[in-house]
Write a protein that binds this ligand. Structure first.
Ligand SMILES: Nc1ncnc2c1ncn2[C@@H]1O[C@H](COP(=O)(O)OP(=O)(O)OP(=O)(O)O)[C@@H](O)[C@H]1O
Ligand SMILES: [Mg+2]
Length: 395
């Protein structure tokens, strides 16, 4: 006997409500404008025949006569179990819906965990051999927010993404609680490429539901880096989408991430804009990355001045000197003197870094014995000492 899995479909006329429900239900879901569109798609695709399906009827169906075709669908298809979402949940609607065979009725806006639970329940009642898995429940952190660590440099190519990805991977391996890396280089972010991930969602998918975000929904947007268990919120796939994201959108997403992730590491672009300034305002720690050449040092000096003007407490700024061993007639003490800040981390230059980038494996995993990996691990020690927390088993 072949094992059948349950399909999940969302039917909703309003595009924003439809995409929000689809986002809440994760990657497996198919979404349709109408019951008719759903019916024709499932009858035209023979491979789907006989597969039990949980259909989530959105708020527009709740107010349409005959549940927008939902009533007929329930009567005609024994392989379909329906859940109705209603903006206004009256006793009358509730009773009418249950009488027509709807398995569950939920009030909009529906909580992601509650919605997935209902889908799971209906899938089991359809007798599917393999009901859809409810998403891993995440425990909120005990009353405190996860620590936010931002990696920034006012100079392009200084090594921000290298530091951010390796630090995040290293913290993910040490932490029992989730660790997330947010790619806030919204135009040209390459975190996903550096970790060899093919993202299904990006922060742009959250924008339609920004005032109603919940943990389950944000969790569904994240990709997972299998070797470390690191969660990743990738940058938009198109640079143009960057303009659609406002500082308050970003604050909303970061706020939810901090409720369940022990560490939120943020990679940034190499300029100050309203989004970067808002990230710097919110962050607990700012790793300021500088390369070992005069243009780098000049820009970092200006960057430090800008941050002072913005009122950034210098106690949260930590200078990271990248390629610190480069023989470029500049030494670390000279750089520190010029910047009037002591370097808290020295990362040597090593060809294993571009090699690991090209392989899509962070250097802390690819060449853990290299000087550069050790320096990056030592940086992670500042936030989560390996000796205390112990290494988590790789997933
Ligand atoms: N310590 C290092 N040794 C050798 N190469 C390095 C080192 N750090 C970074 N690189 C290389 O420098 C290049 C730029 O690094 P990275 O992408 O991390 O910089 P960035 O600051 O994020 O750049 P951008 O401003 O474009 O986002 C990459 O090709 C990377 O492999
Ligand atoms: Mg970068």
């Amino acid at each position: 006997m072949t094992v059948t899995s349950t399909r999940i479909a969302v039917v909703e006329a309003d595009p924003a409500a439809r995409s929000r429900l689809a986002m809440q239900l994760g990657d497996q879901v198919a979404d349709y404008r109408s019951v008719e569109a759903f019916s024709s798609s499932s009858s035209s695709s023979s491979s789907l025949d006989g597969r039990p399906t949980v259909v989530v009827l959105g708020p527009s169906c709740a107010v349409a006569p005959g549940l927008g075709g939902g009533e007929d669908l329930i009567h005609q298809r024994r392989d379909v179990g329906a859940i109705l979402i209603a903006e206004e949940l009256t006793t009358d609607l509730f009773q009418r819906a249950l009488r027509t065979g709807v398995r569950d009725v939920l009030a909009a806006p529906v909580d992601t965990a509650q919605l997935n639970e209902a889908v799971h329940r209906v899938a089991s009642s359809l007798g599917a051999a393999a009901a859809p898995a409810a998403p891993d429940p995440v425990e909120p952190l005990d009353g405190e927010l996860g620590r936010m660590i931002t990696v920034f440099s006012p100079k392009g190519g200084a090594g921000k993404s290298t530091v951010a990805t390796n630090l995040a991977v290293s913290l993910a391996l040490r932490s029992e609680k989730p660790v997330v890396l947010v790619d806030a280089d919204f135009q040209f972010g390459d975190v996903a490429v550096m970790l060899k991930l093919a993202p299904k969602h990006t922060i742009v998918d959250a924008l339609g539901a920004i005032d109603r975000l919940d943990v389950g929904m944000v969790q569904n947007l994240l990709a997972t880096h299998p070797p470390s268990g690191l969660r990743v919120l990738p940058a938009p796939l198109e640079p143009a989408y960057s303009d659609r994201i406002t500082p308050s959108d970003l604050t909303a997403v970061l706020g939810v991430l901090r409720t369940f992730c022990a560490f939120v590491v943020v990679d940034t672009p190499s300029y100050f804009d309203d989004k970067v300034i808002s990230i710097i305002d919110q962050t607990d720690d700012l790793l300021l990355v500088a390369g070992m050449d005069i243009p780098n040092i000049k820009n970092v000096k200006i960057g430090l001045q800008t941050m002072r003007l913005l009122g950034t407490p210098m106690s949260k700024v930590h200078l990271v000197l990248n390629r610190s061993n480069s023989k470029v007639r500049l030494d670390v003490s000279e750089v520190e003197r010029t910047l009037q800040v002591k370097a808290e981390s020295l990362i040597p230059s090593d060809v294993v870094v571009p090699q690991s980038v090209n392989r899509g494996t962070p250097v802390v995993l690819e060449s853990p014995k290299s000087g550069v990996a050790r320096a990056l691990e030592a940086l992670a020690d500042r936030f989560a000492p390996a000796a205390v927390s112990g290494r988590k088993k790789r997933r």
